[in-house]
Design a protein around this ligand. Structure first.
Ligand code: DON
Length: 634
């Protein structure tokens, strides 16, 4: 939890202050809201010494292997996946093994107490999206995080039992395995159970995160005992054993997902949450359902090849955003990220897709989402027409567009007809400004990619939301998410990532909070080509989009596509974040074009990707060195 370390307590306080600064304006319903500018945050810590110290050593080329490849944040988890592949499992079997292993060795993000998305593309061409996003408990209400004056309680959607959504991970992994795997749960859970039982050496990064998250973890007795050694501090290299988690994993392995949703684990969880003032009941757990959805897809022709992008549908906002951005950028010449004009175009595309995200994206089972309009080529043409390639636009003047008008248009029927009223809709007429520090929030999610010998592929992103989620570890040894903060907890107030979201994403019983997680798979000339995705809250969308552009349009090698400098703009706030590995002159060039550039550079995302060499068919593992990712292969 970024806000939990000393420096980040400051950031958290700023978030709290920010919300109250905004409140006064909201109360008097001024249509254009300008919140007090918060002073800049202390230096964000996200991966700072890991990435900066090692930058010179970042590998320039990917890991090559003939058969199977797993790339994740943690070597031990990647190896768990390879173990399953070598035992004859397919990519889905391996992915489930990796997910369970990460729940042990990457406790800040890997999880069984959270949720996520798994995009599966089988070698036979079948592609499906397993949605195991958390849901709000049945007792949740739109205003549950507001006090009687309508002010947002800045803590309760973030820390502790009321922040927890009904976890989906166990249901999702079990469903994926049943539908697309070949092995049984007990087979693929062996590595995770062993890692929990025998323990594993704490990495530099985990030691650092545990220390920074100490103040929040320390508020919950089980978290304090397991992750803070009852109040002292784990050093890198010490062994972390998690016997309660091992016992829980054993029960799940034996009894299946029913253990988590109806069995002893469910009873323990519901009892603890109820006792501590949370909302989740046994009934909520019993009713949780992972869902299989159709991915969002789009096709392109670039560099003489036919490309298909297969990506995440709502309740992810990411796939729609990425396709909308790719459509805007399709006819635009992109040279490199040393070319200010190319960066300019992408920033302007990001600004527009994030404005649409803020207005239209939510749980599709609760609100109609104009997905067809948002990903329509004609709509993209209209949005592109609002971009000046020489001068930055300003978010205060950019509104969500009018995708509904493009829902029924068929570009194949010959050109894009004029749509009355143009691309801009008046619906989102707020303008909200706040310090970019809001968006510099860390938090953890984790993405991994798997390709097996047969060419089956999995892109999986799952999360507790913040580092160590809500800070609560249950008596059964697993951390609980704080995904409720991904809802629009108060209309017009930014969430922990600085995202403004719509009323359609308000808290509601059994509803999924909007996500940015975007597991994505690319085909080239009909064949598997690239598997990608990232953590990073809203920066997931930018990081994933950039890796897709790097691979599909700029033809970088798989590792260069990951190493390449990233940038981020999310409509509100105005600022553009550049990574530290961006060229020195780029900031100045962009400022000259009118972009406000955030002074403090920051690492963006952690993309664990796999490319396929089109000539040899080799799997190209491209771990991200920003968080020291690791490929394992055979
Ligand atoms: O689903 C989402 O969009 C967020 N809960 C993801 C949070 C995240 O990626 C945090 N960080 N790295």
């Amino acid at each position: 939890m970024t806000r939990l370390g000393d420096s980040h307590k400051v950031e958290f306080k700023m978030k709290v202050q920010h919300r109250y600064h905004c409140l006064g304006f909201f109360l008097i319903l001024i249509p254009v809201i300008v919140c007090a500018q918060t002073p800049p945050a202390q230096e964000p810590r996200e991966f700072k010494h890991l990435a900066e110290s090692a930058r010179a050593e970042w590998p320039a080329t990917p890991v090559r292997a003939a058969k199977g490849m797993v790339v994740s944040d943690e070597k031990l988890a990647s190896e768990a996946g390879i173990e399953i592949l070598q035992e004859g499992g397919n990519a889905v079997d391996a992915a489930v093994a990796v997910a369970f292993a990460l729940a042990v060795v990457e406790p800040e993000a890997g999880n069984i107490g959270g949720g996520g998305f798994m995009l599966v593309r089988l070698a036979d061409g079948n592609a499906k999206f397993v949605d195991y996003r958390e849901v709000a408990p049945a007792g949740a209400t739109r205003d549950m995080y507001l006090d009687k004056n309508g002010a947002l309680d800045p803590e309760s959607s973030v820390i502790g039992y009321r922040a927890v959504g009904v976890p989906g991970t166990i249901a999702g992994l079990a469903l994926a395995l049943k539908m697309y795997g070949t092995k049984r749960l007990p087979d693929v859970m062996v590595p995770a159970i062993q890692l929990a039982e025998k323990g594993f050496p704490i990495s530099d990064r985990l030691a650092e995160l545990l220390s920074e998250s100490g103040p929040t973890l320390g508020r919950f007795a089980t978290s304090r005992r397991i992750f803070l050694k009852k109040g002292s501090q784990y050093e890198a290299g010490e062994i972390l054993r998690q016997p309660e988690l091992a016992a829980t994993l054993r029960r799940i392995s034996r009894n299946g997902p029913a253990e988590f949703y109806r069995g002893q684990t469910a009873h323990d969880l519901a009892k603890e949450i109820q006792r501590e003032g949370g909302l989740i009941t046994l009934d909520d757990l019993a009713h949780y359902q992972a869902k299989i959805r159709e991915p969002v897809t789009a096709t392109y022709k670039f560099n003489g090849h036919d490309w298909q992008v297969i990506t995440s549908p709502p309740p992810s906002s990411g796939g729609v955003a990425i396709i909308e951005a790719l459509n805007i950028l399709a006819p635009v010449e992109l040279k490199s990220w040393e070319d200010p004009r190319s960066v300019h175009w992408v920033i302007e595309a990001m600004r527009r897709v994030f404005a649409d995200r803020a207005e239209y994206l939510a749980d599709p089972d609760f609100a109609p989402i104009p997905v067809r309009g948002l990903v329509s080529r004609c709509y993209a043409d209209a949005l592109r027409g609002t971009i000046d390639p020489a001068l930055a636009s300003t978010s205060h003047k950019i509104r969500a567009g009018n995708p509904a008008a493009y829902e029924k248009l068929d570009p194949a029927a010959g050109g894009c007809p004029q749509v009355a009223g143009g691309p801009s809709a008046p619906a989102n007429d707020r303008a909200i400004d706040f310090a970019l520090a809001e968006t510099l929030h860390g938090g953890h999610t984790t993405h991994f990619s798997v390709v097996d010998a047969a060419g089956n592929a999995v892109a999986n992103t799952y999360t507790l939301n913040d580092d160590f989620g809500s800070g609560v570890t249950t008596s059964d040894g697993f951390l609980l998410n704080n995904e409720m903060d991904d809802f629009t907890t108060r209309i017009g107030s930014p969430n922990m990532f600085g995202l403004i979201q719509s009323a359609a994403n308000a808290v509601g019983p059994n509803k999924r909070p909007l996500s940015s997680m975007t597991p994505t798979i690319l085909l080239r000339d009909g064949k598997l080509s690239f598997v990608t995705g990232s953590p990073g809250g809203p920066r997931i969308i930018s990081a994933t989009l950039l890796t897709v552009l790097n691979w599909m349009r700029l033809e970088m090698n798989a590792q260069a596509a990951i190493n390449s400098p990233r940038f981020h703009q999310q409509w509100m706030p105005e600022g553009v974040v550049l990574e530290p590995n961006f060229s020195e002159t780029m900031g100045k060039e962009l400022e000259g074009r009118g972009f406000p550039i955030e002074q403090k550079r920051r690492w963006i995302g952690q993309v664990e990707a796999i490319g396929i060499d089109p000539k040899t068919g080799e799997r190209l593992g491209a771990p991200d060195q920003r968080r020291k990712g690791a490929a394992a292969s055979y």
